[in-house]
Ligand binder design. Structure first.
Ligand code: IMP
Ligand code: MG
Length: 194
């Protein structure tokens, strides 16, 4: 528990962690809050430098997993941009991808002619990305880039390779910083395996 509380600093104390998990055990800290913060700042700077001054940039977050990553990331992108979200679901309550990706909410923002940055929490099987890439490309954006906090490097036939990756991730099931297990643990300020 102490290792986990430390990895959540400065947001967490040991008691704070206990309160958030309800005392359920996490296995090990994979990426601590400070390491995530440092990397997200770098990614924001990289995205800022990638686009020209006249590019119309739309940051499209894949809910729910990207909600914390996206909110931190956009605060480090130093250029005009818009934000919208897509809701897709492939996991239900299990820990392996069902392969059946459902689009539950479609962005209201126009896509055509805009530079889209698709923001994902984690690239796992790649099913979600492949399904979304197809749907988005048919709307004729100027470009689509993928920005993922975590990449497991196990996806085969990924239609869109991420241009920006926060961290290469182990193949363990990960929770925290937006990632859930059956909706639990999204609000932890670090990434841990369970
Ligand atoms: P994919 O379609 O298999 O690439 O899975 C994409 C989605 O599954 C991600 O956006 C996550 O929401 C979820 N996911 C994949 N791996 C994990 C994990 O280790 N922990 C929590 N969620 C995961
Ligand atoms: Mg999920």
């Amino acid at each position: 528990m102490n290792e986990h509380a430390k990895a959540g600093a400065p947001y967490l104390t040991a008691e704070g962690l206990m309160a958030r998990t309800g005392g359920r055990a996490l296995q090990r800290v994979v990426f601590g809050a400070e390491a995530i913060d440092a990397r997200v700042r770098e990614m924001g700077a990289e995205i800022t430098g990638h686009y020209g001054p006249d590019d119309d940039v739309l940051i499209l977050g894949l809910l729910k997993g990207s909600f914390i990553f996206l909110s931190d990331l956009v605060r480090h992108i130093a250029r005009p941009l818009h934000v919208d979200f897509i809701v897709a679901s492939s996991y239900g309550a299990g820990t392996t991808s069902s392969g059946d990706v459902r689009l539950l909410y479609d962005p209201t923002a126009p896509i055509e002619g805009r530079h889209i940055v698709l923001v994902e929490d984690i690239v796992d099987s790649g099913n979600t990305i492949n399904r979304l890439t197809k749907a988005l490309e048919s709307r004729e954006p100027a470009s689509i880039e993928l920005c993922a906090l975590l990449h497991k490097h196990i996806a085969e036939g990924l239609m869109l390779q991420p241009r920006w990756v926060g961290f290469d991730a182990p193949t363990d099931f990960l929770v925290g910083y937006g990632l859930d297990h059956a909706e639990d643990f999204r609000h932890l300020p670090f990434v841990a395996s369970i």
